[in-house]
Write a protein that binds this ligand. Sequence first.
Ligand code: PRX
Length: 612
Amino acid sequence: MKLVEKPRKETNNGKHSKETAKDGQSLSSGKTMNNSRTGKEIIKKQSGQANLENYELARATFSWEDAKKEIDYLADGKINAAYNAVDRHIHNGRRNKVALYAVDAKNNLSSFTFQDIYYLSNRLGNALKSLGIKKGDRVFVFLPRILELYVSTIAIAKIGAVVGPLFSAFGPDALRDRLLDSEAKIVITTPELKVKLDGIKSDLPNLEYVVVVGNEDTLKQGEISYEEIVSGASEKLEVAAMDPEDPLYLLYTSGTTGKPKGVVHVHNDIIGQHMTTKWVLDLKEDDVYWCTADPGWVTGTVYGIFGPWSNGASVVTFEGRFDAASWYALIDKLHITVWYTAPTALRMLMKAGDEIVTQYSLNTLRHIASVGEPLNPEVIRWGMKVYGLPIHDNWWQTETGMQLVANIPVLPIKPGSMGKPLPGVHVTVVDDNGEELEAGQLGRLVVRPGWPSMLRHVWRNEEKFKEYFKIPGWYFSGDNAWRDEDGYLWFVGRADDVINTAGHRVGPFEVESALVEHPAVTEAGVIGKPDEERGEIIKAFIVLANGVKANDELLTDIKEFTKRQLAAHAYPREIEIRDSLPKTRSGKIMRRLLKAWELGLPTGDTSSLDDD
Ligand code: PRX
């Protein structure tokens, strides 16, 4: 594919204001927000042709039925999301276009065309079938950002099995929770990562095979070589004709209570994935697109694989870790034009300074978008200064399966706001009874059910699924927000105890469970503590076992233990030792009180506190 250097677009930075959207978790629903924060600062819309040119018209006329025309259905109304992501490009002129630029941790580049991905996924699909995988079986992908992650995701979906994405930093506890609950039959992994499964295999009666990519010498019983099974497999595969409502992927995410829940998405999601990628990320034929999110999370699955490939875009994946110089070098090396990243990464780039930016050209970039946590207005202003481009915030969730609120290129940006609802979705702010609130009033951020990629189930947990719909007539996101007079939505905070650290959603219960597995810890309560760089960090309050003496070594050991068991992003960066933790009379730890103590806020109603 020819890489075209594009001149950087000029944009107008508008007037600067010091006002920002603040975390207002303590505000009660219905409170009127200070109208001076309705966004006096406006960054004018990007110049140039955008895929979605007329927002108002699209809001008035768009229907999801029309969008189906952009999707290839199979006979009899059947569908396959992987067919749309890969196979259809074999027949539409993109066969030899680069689908994937894979850059490894040592900066070696390999490229793969849509045809390459097509044949590789056909082979793996056949191999999985010969291992006994059938429609509806769960196959998990526990891989770093390498070619085989992309091929596996497509192959699993092609044969109608359910893809289970797993973040490669997960430890044994996080893996056990997901693989056990889903009754996964196969995990595809590497020699380095498979050791994390060693200690938990005996807890997983449904796990039949561990398929290992690379290094065949280290295989143990129950482990088979990826290369071996694909080498003998045919490259001809008939893609499974799926009912639009059949499951496509199962992604575990955290709530306030209990273990992570399995959010079920279906093949019909591809309609929403396709359209939102087109509108929000504005991908066009010549774009080279980089989504920095790992496909173990929803952003990396939807906007790192299915959405961009359905649009026929060339996707970049980088195996290396975050580092300002490597990231900028990658943009220059591959002439990246569209970049989808996260606020923590942008804050880290801002911290790395302006000087380093001048060492790179970055002049192929034409569109930058961000998601996952609040995007500070100062980061947008900084982006304007150093990249000459505004950063477009957008909002969605694992459960929504696609972006729902966005600063699409054609809209002026109000820094601090998440943007406006996309065409075809009704997102608004309501009170606890589901009544829509006036502009400027703080309430619950909700969505009218009916968009194509809404979660269909919580895996084998109908009760949890119903909880999303407890506000009559609405899907409730768990976020608090407000809407301004112009229809822009402003994020305020979570309505529950879910922690968002560096854009990673972490449930306090998971961290507390991992902490109490440490022999020195008898009780733990976990909260999110505001942090300039990461949005929030995890702070744990713990009670030590009788006779255990507190010292720095012990605290480091507890942190390392949690990191190992759960995941690197989910360990408590701060630990405070207490003689006891505040609990309700029924024995639940009062995280609200821990948070109020931490932040020096009023403790509110403590009538249920058990202080005997
Ligand atoms: O609290 C919101 C926050 O991230 C949550 C969704 O997390 P997750 O399911 O992991 O999905 C990540 C992919 C988007 C939301 O409930 N969040 C997401 N986007 C934003 C945000 N908070 C503020 N601003 C955003 N743009």
